[in-house]
Design a protein around this ligand. Structure first.
Ligand SMILES: Nc1ncnc2c1ncn2[C@@H]1O[C@H](COP(=O)(O)OP(=O)(O)OP(=O)(O)O)[C@@H](O)[C@H]1O
Ligand SMILES: [Mg+2]
Length: 667
């Protein structure tokens, strides 16, 4: 028995070392475990029996050494700065054409939304135009006053008929080649080239006239020259009121798939989004950049903020107070009238009264808890529905619906109530990260099993994937890497904990003279906003961040994403590295790896899931897959990532593609 115990101890220590824990801690922790099991339980000290418990103990033993990020903190603070952001200047992403030619005429675009402060944006046309009705035609066809940031040049329309023909043929060819209808499922042909955003095409009157309404809105409202794969089909399906499920890579342009139809439809589109920071980013972009009236509601909003939302929805003020503070409201009304009205009657009166006006906003963003089990909100939706003002539901980042996904949110699970309560209102679900089983789970949970599935390849051909083994001096290594390969380029260095984030940032600033900011959930909302702004506007090129800097980051020219510590799962890695190259230009995604870091990831997971042993085990499995990715020697990294999501991918495409991964270059 004694010999067996020694053998098992050795196996357990090997397990711990394999997870990257150091030998000393592993031994100490194992001794504690053996004590805990006592003389009678010695037979149970085996990898099979107590391997997980041992790792959990170890994680707890180690975890105080780092300052893990608290994402909840980001969530509760994020909304506090929204009003500030809407009142501040348009940030660097907001493009307003420069007035470079005094001879041009401008058509002022009238805004639909009374609320946001917005820079006046102009639709530029050539002054020698014979088509004076163009502006009228555009606004009539779009059913709204458009808000373009694109230059329209009549001359180029005449002179560049070739280019305009090319443009339409490019977009038509692309669409027809990716559109493969197989029953209710449409998949893209994997070889379809992405339409480059860099194509310099000036649209003339004739070009615009030839466009359908969806294309016209894409050009005039969103300022895009063409669609990316499946965007047009997604918009069309939405306008046809079909339920659909959109699977597109990170940065693939999923937002447009619901924002564009929302602008063309009567009524409000309700968008469920998981993070306040993400909502914030989208609201700012919609209002300030595109002039599309959009607003949000979430559970942490103050009454003043919610009041603004309801004003935007043009609801009666009475209703607002009733909705926010139902008990107080009933008490006040009862004491004022000196009678006690039955709550049910008052409720009906208020609803009828409040819905006499139509809402002016086109998109209403909500966090999932606003919907889950919230009878009052469902009442609002019912009223909108009755007035024909409920255009549809959108579930963005839909992987959060699935408990098999990497970022499960229980409140997302309850979103099936939307279809249950509003069977004829279309639901669109979107995600960039869902394995086959997760997809099925999402469709069932949302009660849209027969939704049209629009799926493009998850591949990001412009991203080059690499893993570099950490040296003994990892800080020096990351500094050198940035100087040698990414000098003056914009990028993100992802770190696991707050202290790591600050240490890396400090080192890069002081020792390497690389200007950086750091970003984590421990900063105040204002500090985070400032850090993000500095990075967005290019005042600093590099941001050292925890995963708090994630969804909602939409800077086009990010040339590198370096993971100073491995991610907690393949899904997280795909999302985080997916912040690179959103302009479709080449970018590099590097994971710096050492086995020791795996134990830190385990500690972090343990910290985040105290007491929930099942989900801890599931997260460990996911982390192990990420470790496996980092330890690949000859297999293609791109293929490994894509196959994780159930996409079969021929590694020759990586090898022969424009940005082969590090292992494919070696082959
Ligand atoms: N047709 C288009 N032409 C040019 N740019 C586009 C087009 N569609 C989207 N974009 C731009 O691509 C960027 C990424 O789009 P978006 O944020 O919608 O991606 P996403 O698919 O939602 O990514 P994620 O999964 O990371 O949330 C945005 O800056 C957007 O303006
Ligand atoms: Mg998105």
């Amino acid at each position: 028995m004694g010999r067996d115990l020694d053998a098992e101890k050795l196996r357990l220590i090997t397990l711990a070392l394999d997870f990257g824990f150091d030998e000393d801690s592993s031994k100490k922790c194992l001794d504690r475990l053996i004590d805990l099991y006592g003389e009678d339980g010695k037979d149970f000290v085996t990898v099979e029996h107590c391997g997980d418990d041992y790792l959990t103990e170890l994680a707890e033993f180690m975890q105080d050494s780092e300052d893990w990020d608290d994402l909840q903190a980001v969530e509760t603070e994020a909304c506090g700065v929204l009003s500030e952001m809407l009142e501040t200047e348009v940030d660097a992403r907001d493009y307003v054409p420069e007035e470079d030619n005094a001879t041009r005429d401008y058509i002022d675009v009238i805004e639909d939304s009374p609320e946001p402060k917005k820079k006046k944006q102009l639709l530029r046309v050539d002054s020698s135009s014979e088509d004076e009705d163009l502006d009228f035609e555009i606004s009539t066809r779009l059913g709204c006053k458009a808000n373009p940031s694109i230059s329209l040049d009549k001359k180029s329309s005449h002179n560049n008929t070739g280019s305009s023909a090319n443009r339409s043929s490019t977009s038509t060819t692309c669409r027809s080649s990716i559109f493969k209808d197989s029953g209710s499922s449409i998949s893209s042909l994997k070889n379809c080239p992405r339409v480059s955003d860099q194509d310099q095409v000036t649209l003339g009157y004739e070009d615009l006239r030839a466009l359908d309404d969806i294309e016209l809105a894409n050009v005039v409202i969103f300022g895009n020259k063409s669609f990316r794969p499946l965007q047009h089909q997604a918009c069309k399906a939405s306008l046809e009121k079909r339920d659909c499920f959109i699977l597109m890579p990170t940065g693939g342009g999923k937002s447009l798939c619901y924002q564009l139809p929302a602008t063309l439809q009567t009524g409000v589109t309700i968008v469920v989004s998981p993070l306040l920071s993400l909502i914030q980013d989208q609201i700012v972009t919609l209002n300030l950049k595109y002039g599309i009236p959009a607003t949000f509601l979430n559970s942490q909003q103050t009454s003043t903020q919610a009041a603004a939302v309801f004003r935007e929805l043009r609801q009666a003020l009475l209703f607002l107070f009733y909705f926010l503070y139902p008990c107080d409201f009933l008490a006040v009304v009862s004491s004022f009238l000196k009678i006690t009205l039955p709550a049910g009657i008052l409720h009906s009166i208020i609803l009828t009264f409040s819905m006499s006006n139509k809402p002016s906003c086109k998109l209403l963003y909500v966090t999932p808890e606003r919907i889950a089990g919230n009878a009052s909100f469902l009442d609002i939706l019912r009223c909108l529905r009755q007035k024909g003002q409920l255009a549809g539901f959108v579930v963005d980042e839909a992987h959060c619906v699935s408990q098999w996904g990497y970022d499960f949110r229980p409140d997302y699970r309850a979103l099936g109530c939307l279809k249950q309560n509003f069977p004829d209102v279309p639901v669109m679900a979107l995600t960039a990260t869902a394995t086959k089983s997760v997809r099925k789970d999402i469709l069932n949970a949302l009660r849209i099993p027969y939704a049209l599935v629009l799926e493009t390849s998850f591949d990001r051909p412009n991203l080059k994937y690499e893993v570099i083994v950490k040296t003994k001096d990892p800080l020096k290594q990351v500094g050198q890497l940035l100087e040698d390969r990414f000098h003056n380029m914009s990028g993100i260095v992802y770190c696991l904990s707050k202290n790591e984030c600050e240490d890396v940032s400090k080192y890069l600033n002081e020792k390497c003279k690389i200007k950086t900011v750091y970003y984590h959930a421990g900063l105040t909302a204002r500090q985070r906003m400032e850090a993000q702004k500095k990075w967005h506007t290019g005042q600093v090129r590099v941001v050292c961040a925890t995963i708090a800097f994630g969804m909602g980051i939409d800077k086009p020219d990010v040339r590198f994403v370096v993971h100073n510590t491995m991610s907690k799962s393949i899904e997280s890695y795909y999302q985080e590295s997916g912040r690179a190259g959103r302009d479709c230009q080449p970018a590099v995604c590097i994971a710096l790896y050492q086995k020791k870091d795996f134990s830190r990831v385990v500690c972090m997971l343990r910290n985040g899931q105290r007491g929930k042993s099942e989900s801890f085990k599931a997260s460990m499995d996911q982390a192990q897959k990420m470790k496996f990715y980092c330890e690949l020697k000859t297999e293609c990294r791109r293929q490994t990532l894509l196959e994780h999501f159930g996409e079969s991918f021929d590694r020759n495409r990586c090898q022969n593609g424009p940005n082969p991964c590090d292992t494919c270059i070696k082959e």
